[in-house]
Ligand binder design. Structure first.
Ligand code: CA2
Length: 155
C-alpha cells in the first residue's frame, strides 16, 4: 500500500534568528530570515510539501509550535532552536513527545565554535543534524526529511 503523508512540514527558527542578514555576516552570512523561509518553501514544494515557517524568541512559543505541528499532523519538523538548542530540555521533551521526524539545522558549524555550543539537547530528539552549511543547511535538511518521510521529488 502506498504510504500517505501529510503535506506540511514545520520550519522552526528560534531566538535572534529574526536578525539574520543584519549582523554578524561573517558567522551567519548575509541572507535574511525571509530568504531562509523562501528557500524552505521552494525546496518543500519540490517534494509536494508545504513549509509552514515560524520564528520566535520565546522558548514557550517554540514549544507551542511543536504541539501545533502534532495537532495538525505535520509530516516533519526542521528546527534551528538557536541558543535554546544548547539549553532547553523543555524543547527536547516537546520534540520527543510528538514523535514527528525532525532535523536540526545550525547555520554555523557549532563544533568549531565555543564549547558551550557543542552540545545540543534538541539534536538528541532529531534523527539528523546539519551544521556549517550556512542557510543551505535548510535546503539539505528538507531534502533529507523528504526522503525520510517518503515524499518524492516532483517531475
Ligand atoms: O548557527 C546557528 O544556526 C545557531 O543556531 C545560531 C544561534 C547560536 O546561538 C547557535 O549556537 C548556533 C544564534 C542565532 C543568532 O542569530 C543572529 C543572526 C544574525 C545576527 C545576530 C544573531
Amino acid at each position: 500500500m502506498t504510504k500517505t503523508v501529510d503535506q506540511t512540514i514545520y520550519v522552526l527558527n528560534g531566538p535572534n534568528l529574526n536578525l539574520l542578514g543584519t549582523r554578524e555576516p561573517e558567522t551567519y552570512g548575509d541572507a535574511t530570515l525571509s530568504d531562509v523561509e523562501k528557500l524552505c518553501a521552494e525546496t518543500a514544494a519540490q517534494f509536494g510539501l508545504k513549509a509552514d515557517c515560524r520564528q520566535s524568541n520565546a522558548e514557550g512559543e517554540l514549544i507551542d509550535f511543536i504541539h501545533e505541528a502534532h495537532a495538525r499532523k505535520a509530516a516533519g519538523i526542521v528546527i534551528n532552536a538557536g541558543a535554546y538548542s544548547h539549553t532547553s530540555i523543555a524543547l527536547h521533551d516537546a520534540l520527543v513527545a510528538v514523535k514527528i521526524p525532525t532535523v536540526e539545522v545550525h547555520i554555523s558549524n557549532i563544533h568549531a565554535r565555543e564549547n558551550f555550543r557543542h552540545h545540543s539537547f534538541t539534536a538528541m530528539a532529531a534523527f539528523a543534524t546539519l551544521c556549517g552549511f550556512g542557510i543551505d543547511g535548510y535546503r539539505l535538511a528538507i531534502n533529507g526529511l523528504a526522503t525520510r518521510i517518503g515524499a518524492r521529488a516532483k517531475a
